[in-house]
Design a protein around this ligand. Structure first.
Ligand code: URA
Length: 432
């Protein structure tokens, strides 16, 4: 078996065996196979695709490249969620405490933001003292006692994905459905939870631009998870407009707290309740309707907010700041952007809005960028809203001296119309 033969086989459209995939991935991680051959393999997969069986096998050999987390001590109550990434997506900060207050155990590894999308670890780091890296024993003990522990991704989990993703990023092979499915599912499965809910986004702020592609990806990932014996659900949801009314780390933390305190309704509350109730329904073996009633109750009676506070304080965070998250970031300059015209907002290019938050300092253009955790956008108007000329559309928070590139980029992301746009559902479909 040689890399050349395997690349040629894929190039010609044949399905690869477990042995062949194992040979390639192991050889790459051990630096025995060079980047240029793996790049050719990735491009062959991009054009030829992979069967469901091959995608499953690729996921399996990727998991075998590193450590796995053993959550079997939590029985059937371990739970995890994953979002394929979006703008203003702070759902983990809401879903994890709701699920934990219903008796689930969330021992979760989360990522950092890159490009136009945000990451949970950055949002958590806006809380002074919060430790995103703790020992494995402390991580499991906290998930047992408090119900939630969220840390940054371990470098020992699926090392193959880190190498492959870096190569995909520079060879135009990121947006391949089998490669995305294997990348996401290898990490989720290695992280050990019995119950997994995937939030698969579609629209202008998502990897998948159409609901159809999001559904194909969701079905593949659900299928892979089930083949590994996990309880799986995928919620296909709209990312054609930012989620909630904030984008940026401490701003999103503040909004999540407000949802948990019953002060905010709308899309961010609805999707969080859907994700939490899917998890609870999978774990408890009850209907999603029954699970939703329990999740709403946990939100309304304050149990979920109490859980957030217990989680943050167990992980070293300053719980007091949750009473006024922005208080610690009072040195940001706030600039209001006014509507240049009167009309309905018919579309928001959500990827561009994510990039505006990067321009303000809230996101990274490269992995090395240092964030301004107080920077970001507060949206006063979203798609479908009517704006009068001169009304405030949003406020930009930043420490940058020149806010005009971000202001111009924001305005260029918004389209106005005389008529309200057709309503798009928040949740397109749920797949199990
Ligand atoms: N997120 C991942 O973790 N992997 C991908 O390939 C795409 C999005």
């Amino acid at each position: 078996m040689t890399p050349y033969e395997i690349i040629k086989k894929k190039r010609d459209g044949a399905a690869l065996s477990e042995e062949e995939l194992h040979f390639l991935i192991r050889g790459y991680v051990r630096q025995e196979i060079p980047d240029y051959q793996i790049a050719a393999f990735l491009m062959a997969v991009f054009f030829r695709g992979m069967t469901d069986e091959e995608t499953f096998l690729l996921t399996k050999v990727m998991i075998q490249s590193g450590d796995t987390v053993d959550l079997s001590g939590f029985g059937s109550l371990s739970a995890d969620k994953h979002s394929t990434g979006g703008v203003g997506d702070k759902t983990t900060l809401i879903v994890a405490p709701i699920a934990a207050s219903l008796g689930l155990h969330i021992a979760k590894m989360s990522g950092r933001g890159l490009g136009h999308t945000g990451g949970t670890v950055d949002k958590l780091e806006s809380i002074p003292g919060y430790k995103t890296s703790i020992s494995n024993d402390a991580f499991l003990a906290q998930a047992k006692d408090t119900g939630v522990a969220v840390i940054g991704a371990s470098k020992d989990l699926v090392p193959a994905d880190k190498l492959l993703y870096a190569l995909r990023d520079v060879t135009a092979t990121v947006d391949s459905i089998p490669l995305i499915a294997a990348s996401i599912m290898s990490k989720k499965l290695a992280a050990g939870a019995k119950n997994i809910v995937l939030d698969v986004k579609y629209g202008s702020g998502a990897f998948m631009k159409t609901a159809g592609d999001a559904e194909t990806l969701a079905k593949k990932m659900v299928d892979i998870g089930k083949r590994f014996g996990r309880n799986m659900a995928a919620v296909i949801s709209n990312m054609d407009r930012p989620l909630g009314h904030t984008v940026g780390n401490v701003l999103e933390l503040e909004e999540a707290v407000n949802v948990l305190r019953g002060r905010v309704c709308g899309d961010i509350r609805d999707i969080s309740l859907t994700l939490a109730s899917e998890l609870y329904s999978l774990a408890a073996g009850i209907s999603r309707e029954e699970a939703l009633i329990k999740a709403e109750k946990a939100l309304e009676n304050g149990d979920a907010y109490a859980k957030l506070r217990a989680w943050i304080s167990a992980q070293g965070g300053d719980c007091g700041m949750l009473d006024d998250p922005l208080g610690a970031y009072a040195d940001e300059t706030v600039t209001e952007i006014k509507s240049p015209t009167s009309g309905y907002i018919s579309h928001m290019d959500t990827e561009k809005i994510g990039l505006v938050s990067t321009l303000l300092g809230a996101g990274r253009q490269t992995k090395e960028d240092v964030l301004d955790l107080g920077a970001g956008i507060r949206l006063y108007k979203k798609t479908g809203d009517l704006a009068e000329k001169g009304e405030t559309l949003c406020a930009l928070y930043t420490k940058k001296t020149d806010v005009s590139p971000a202001a111009d980029a924001f305005l260029s992301a918004v389209t106005f119309s005389d008529r309200p746009p057709a309503k798009q559902p928040l949740i397109y479909k749920i797949i199990r």
